[in-house]
Write a protein that binds this ligand. Structure first.
Ligand SMILES: [Cu+2]
Length: 411
């Protein structure tokens, strides 16, 4: 089983990083069907086989999963120990690293010899071996700010409640990242020649896997039957000794394809709470270790109305009447401070993204107290219940609250 790690984690694992760069460099020097030029050429020029929204028939995610898996297998033919790192662009790491650092170094140390960094640029053989380029439109701080805006648009996407919705929304947002990187990444024809393409698409694939795992506890993340048989040409599978073109149904489980992601499966992170109008959700197999636990309120919008929300841990029947005093299952509270009529004014005078924010609520102390006093019969099942009242202190349905989702984060 291959475990793909974050590109942001690789500078902490210099030997692993060097091996992956070596494998990329060899792939770039390989000709034939498993060479970099052939693999990159599947997407845009010259083969033009990629599937993108809006005309992708719902297979953007599935097609690109098959595509990068095929690429990773070519890397593993060079060195079986390597994997394709993923770039989750929502994991923002400082100004210079807005583009992952491992992709911006011009050279790297290959067994003591400085070599061109194969994550920085690649040749395009069809264009007289010119090197791929990236955009120069942004200053580093503007680049950082623009990525923050894209992140704010991406997080609410993770609360999509169907495959088709997630496929369409994440496709547009990953397109924003293509445009943000700039240069050849801005054009479908040449994007796949830039080595960062593979990590960006591994990031899309990672977000798909993470989203699907979180949704699965409530709803099916699988595509509808009408999509399952759609072909993912030119990629093939061998089944019962017979080779055939892969289809969507073949790529729904990463484990069945032989890979997984570091982090996924530990604590499913995102809960599409708006479908759960009673405000309760739970996480099975929850583990905390020594880390802190946060409830993250995603995509909070400017609101005319005010609300007050109480949060309970492992008290799923908590409601409007549940006392807070003397109740160890009560964790924390937060308010949405309504803007009244000035909400309208505010919406007009700020950029849209400035009107959306995330709130972090630390519930570690309450959780640890419950744990220490033996009040959690089943500590690996974390149940969260949100109970909300409006400005008149009347109970309100969670679906009326002006945010897009709730996640659990451990740090
Ligand atoms: Cu793409």
């Amino acid at each position: 089983m291959t475990t793909r790690k974050s590109i942001h984690a690789l500078p902490d694992h210099p030997l692993e990083l060097e091996k992956i760069r070596d494998a990329f460099r060899h792939l770039m020097n390989s000709a034939g069907d498993n060479g970099y030029q052939k693999l990159a050429g599947i997407h845009g020029v010259p083969e033009h086989l990629c599937k993108h929204v809006p005309s992708d028939e719902g297979v953007f995610l599935a097609w690109h999963r098959a595509y990068i898996l095929n690429f990773e297998k070519a890397l593993q033919q060079i060195d079986a120990s390597v994997y394709l790192p993923y770039w989750d662009w929502t994991e923002l790491v400082g100004v210079p690293a807005a583009i992952p650092l491992a992709c911006t170094d011009k050279t790297y140390d290959a067994a003591g010899t400085p070599m061109p960094n194969p994550f920085f640029a690649a040749k395009i053989a069809l264009e007289a071996n010119r090197l791929t380029t990236r955009g120069t439109y942004f200053s580093p701080t503007s680049r950082y700010r623009a990525l923050q805006a894209i992140i704010q648009n991406t997080l609410p996407t993770l609360t999509s409640t169907s495959y088709e919705e997630f496929n369409t929304r994440i496709a547009s947002l990953h397109g924003d990242v293509h445009g943000w990187v700039g240069g050849d990444m801005r054009h479908t024809d040449y994007a796949a020649y830039d080595p960062i393409f593979w990590m960006l698409h591994a990031g899309v694939d990672y977000l798909w896997a993470k989203w699907a795992e979180a949704l699965r506890t409530h709803l099916s993340p699988d595509p509808p039957p009408s999509i399952l048989d759609k072909p993912l040409a030119p990629f093939e599978v061998a089944l019962d000794g017979e080779r055939r073109i892969m289809k969507v149904a073949d790529v729904l489980q990463t484990a069945a394809l032989g890979y997984t992601y570091a982090g996924i499966g530990e604590n499913p992170a995102l809960i599409p709470i708006l479908n759960h109008h009673n405000g309760a959700f739970h996480i099975e197999n929850f583990s905390i270790g020594s880390r802190k636990i946060f409830i993250k309120i995603l995509g909070l919008r400017v609101s005319a109305e005010s609300f007050f929300i109480n949060i309970f841990i492992n008290q799923p029947d908590a409601d409007f009447h549940t006392p807070l005093e003397g109740n160890d299952y009560y964790a924390t509270s937060f308010a949405i401070f309504g803007m009244g009529n000035s909400a309208h004014h505010n919406l007009h005078h700020h950029a849209l993204t400035a009107d959306i924010e995330d709130r972090w609520l630390d519930i570690s102390a309450s959780f640890n107290k419950l744990l220490a006093t033996g009040k959690l019969q089943n500590p690996d099942r974390l149940e969260i219940k949100l109970v909300a009242v409006d400005g008149e202190e009347k109970p309100v349905d969670i679906s009326r609250l002006p945010f897009q989702g709730v996640s659990i984060e451990t740090r």
